[in-house]
Every structure is written in C-alpha cells, then in structure tokens.
Ligand binder design. Sequence first.
Ligand code: PLP
Length: 338
Amino acid sequence: MHEIIDLRSDTVTRPSKAMREAMLDAAVGDVVYNEDPTVLKLEATVARLLGKEAALYVPTGTMANTLAIRLCSEAGDEIIIEKDAHPLHYEAGGSGTFSGVLFKPVAGKAGVMDPAAVEAAIYEPVYYRARQRAILVENTHNRGGGTVVPLETLKAISAVARRHNMRTHMDGARLWNAAAASGHSMAEFAAPFNTVSVCFSKGMGAPVGSALVGSAEDIERAWHYRHMLGGSWRQAGILAAGALFAMDNNFHRLTEDHGNAKKLAQGLQERCGLSVLNDVETNMLYFETERANELVSALSQNGILMSVVRPGVVRCVTHLDVDSDDIEKTLTTIQAMQ
Ligand SMILES: Cc1ncc(COP(=O)(O)O)c(C=O)c1O
C-alpha cells in the first residue's frame, strides 16, 4: 500500500529505482546535431513498434499533437475532431496560434465518433469555406472515460479521410492502454493513420516525454517545427532512457491498472452507492456525486487524491503507483464517509 494514493491522473510522481538507474546510466549526445544515442534508440524503437518509418521524441503529448496538426494544415484550414478531444480542451488553443487552424467538433459516443457522422461533417471544397485538411481521433479517449476506439471504427474513419483527400492523426497518448485492453498491437492501431502521438509519461510511468511517429518525410518536417517550439532539447537521452525502460518493463503490466480501475468502479457502485458514469475499459473512471468537492477534500485529508473535473463529477485514474490494497483502502475510506 502507498502512503499517498494519487488517483488524479496517471502521471507517476516518483519513477522506480530501476528506472532512475537506467536514466542515470544513459549515454547522451546533442539532439540538435541528432547525435543523442539514447534518443535515437528510443525513436527507432517506437517507430518499429508502431510500424512507421520514423519517430520524433518530444517533451509532451501537447507538443506531439501540435506538430501533427502543423504537418497537415495552413492558417485558416479546418481539422475535424471529436468534441471532447484533448487538443480542443486542454492544449491552450496552441494549434489555433501555431497553425492557425479551426477545429470542427463532431460529437462521439464516449469519445468514439461514428464514421458516418465524420463524413457528414465534410463539405464539397468551395472557395468561400475553410479547407478541410485532416481528421483527428483520440485513443483511448480521456474525457470519454478511457474508451478504446475500436479498430474497425478507426479503419472506417481513415477510409472517409482518404475518400476526401484528407490526412489523419491519432492522439494516442494512452494508445498503450488501448492495445493492452483490446489485444490489438500498437502497429495495428497506428496503421490507418498518417501520424500517431504516444506519451511515455502517463500509464507507462516515465517521468517525461512523448513521441510523434509517421513517414520519414513527415517526421523530418516535424523536426523543423519542433525546433521552432524550442524542442531541440540537447542531451534528452537521460529522459529517453526512462521511456525505453517503460516500454521494456511497464507496457505488459497495464492490464493490472485496468483491473484496479474495474475493481474501484464496482466498489464505488456496490459498496458506496455512487454512480459511475462510464463503462470502465482501461484505467479511468468518472463518478457522480453532489458532494464532489467536499468528498475530494475529505479524501485528501486521508492521503487519497482525486480530481473534480466538472461540478458533481470526480475522475479517478489508476497507474503503477496504485495497487489493489490502495483500491481497497480508497473504498473503505469512502464507505466510512457515506
Ligand atoms: C489524450 C491526451 N492527449 C494529449 C495529452 C497531452 O500530454 P502532455 O500532458 O504530455 O502534454 C494528454 C494529457 O493528459 C491526454 O490525456
């Protein structure tokens, strides 16, 4: 059991000793000269895993999405995106300023867009309308409740994009969880997309970093834009070593987090009488309570941290620093407060 049970997000505050040792031992070089051996190894490894030609290591998932959007748009262009997707809500309008894009939101079901609804959002190109350039999908879908977007849906959305000469990007910050939950490989999920972003700093447990993967040509262009954003982060190998360690050691254990999230959801409903809003497919759940602020603040006094994401709604995310005893303690503490 952990002293602090941090269910606010899947960012791990203290990497394991073994991961820290791997990071300290990392061989480093200058990313500006493309000479950091550990970054190069990470980029080659993640590109291979996702079945793409190349990858670029970047500090954050936000930067990876920003670069992907820049690759497919000029100022005034439009990107079709699920209405609750991360770039629309939590990236500080960055793609509005860096790429000058407009987002066209399409409502999905728990974050999963119907390919027919995506197609219905596309119009005939005409000079007085914005040029529609790309479709962006988030998988797993954060605000949707950690939902896995089914592979068939991804293929159908990508077919819509191809029919209309548009590009595709998948925000796969938690694609690892989608792969672990569904049994599909990362490469199967990535195949229908031009570019995919993945984060090492969420359930994978590395302290820093994300990657953008795609064709060699796209990644070379993204490299230029990364530099513009100040992302030529010199001896980043020390951080990339954490990401490599995460891929070797933490990917296979994500199903434990999914089991813990399911156990928490079941206990909240059956033992605490709370209503869980999503079907738990991966490591995330949202529950409803009128006393959300009160409950979260009382739990924090007991070392249990959760986030109130909107009035009356609390989010919990499981990760490698939350074990089954922590889930039990969380449930008994909430039960005692009812
Ligand atoms: C779906 C999704 N995409 C992108 C990001 C951005 O990642 P970062 O916080 O590394 O910028 C997040 C962060 O929570 C996310 O949930």
